[in-house]
Write a new protein. Structure first.
Length: 317
């Protein structure tokens, strides 16, 4: 399957050519992941094809359990990988390799199917049945088979080791600015816009409603200053993430008001990027009080967006 200049393989199968393999979950394609991927991308200089061997972390729980929630949608993950020079992605069901020993994984998958000439991983990488083998063991096994291994060191930002776990914890605490620093990009989503109860229209603060899919990380419930992208143009946004306690919602969703946009976005996957946490989600006595707070949040969000635009040079509407 072709996607954004990347060929995606959903099954374990033999790939043509010689691969420079970046191996890992790459669920957020954060700064630590990028260190691994960039090393594999350099394999193109030796005639190898940069290839990401990866999994969906939300489906790695085993025995019917749930794995860790994803930090990027599958589409965003592919877009980010393509931007880093990856030409193809092998993303099989984890169950297809879960029971392989370290030796079997190297022989059958890396050498037999991917024809790896170079394998790149993180310093804390584990693999094989039960995850008992580490990066040093991978290097030892590959060396015996004439395959180079490049182990990326730990990446830290302001003294914090970059990891998907750390980013999830920061998002859960509403510390989106620190999470963005570890990601190396703004945390966001581009879920399809669905119809709501049109209360925003009645309050003259029309919003786009985007339900969070199962398996995607949920930031701290509350209101955020955000940037929403429509047809490649950035707009100031106020995003409420949660269950709308004043009027009620049966699911977690992002409800984003763009004061300077007017138009029909139903069914479209609108990208929304979070800049800063403004306040926790709260229940108001009624709709008038809710509307007054939304307007105040809009003023706060605009100041944050304008401040950010001055720092980045973005022409936010």
């Amino acid at each position: 399957m072709q996607d954004q200049a990347i060929t995606v393989y959903r099954q374990l199968e033999e790939l043509p050519g010689r691969s420079a393999v970046a191996i890992g979950c790459f669920d957020g394609v954060h700064l630590g992941h990028r260190e691994v991927i960039s090393r594999a991308a350099r394999g193109a200089q030796e005639g190898m094809i940069p290839t990401a061997y990866t999994f969906d972390p939300s489906r790695m729980g085993g025995a019917g359990g749930k794995g860790a929630p994803a930090l990027a949608t599958p589409e965003e993950k592919l877009r980010l990988l393509a931007g880093l020079g990856v030409k193809r992605v092998c993303e099989p069901e984890f169950s297809q390799v879960r029971g392989l020993s370290p030796e079997e994984f190297v022989d059958r998958v890396l050498c037999g199917l991917l024809h790896a000439g170079l394998v790149c991983c993180g310093y804390n990488f584990h693999f094989g049945r039960g995850g008992k083998a580490d990066a040093a063991e991978l290097a030892r096994l590959c060396a015996r088979r004439g395959v180079r291994v490049d182990i990326a060191p730990e990446v830290a930002v302001d003294g914090v080791s970059v990891s998907s776990t750390a980013i999830r914890e920061l998002l859960a605490a509403g510390e989106v600015e620190r999470a963005n620093a570890l990601l190396g990009r703004r945390f966001g989503f581009a879920f399809p816009v669905v119809h709501g109860r049109r209360l925003g229209h009645l309050m003259d603060t029309p919003t786009i409603n985007q339900p969070f899919p199962e398996g995607f990380v949920q930031p701290r419930f509350g209101v955020y200053a955000a940037v929403a992208w429509v047809d490649g143009r950035p707009y100031c946004g106020v995003a409420n993430i949660g269950v709308k306690p004043t009027v009620g919602s049966d699911r977690v969703l992002a409800e984003t008001w763009m004061p300077d946009f007017s138009g029909d976005l139903y069914g479209r996957p609108v990208p929304v990027e979070l800049l800063r946490f403004i306040r926790p989600e709260q229940k108001f006595p009624g709709v008038p009080e809710l509307r007054a707070q939304i307007l105040r949040d809009g003023e706060t969000a605009r100041k944050i967006v304008e401040e950010t635009a001055l720092q980045t040079g973005e022409a936010v509407i």
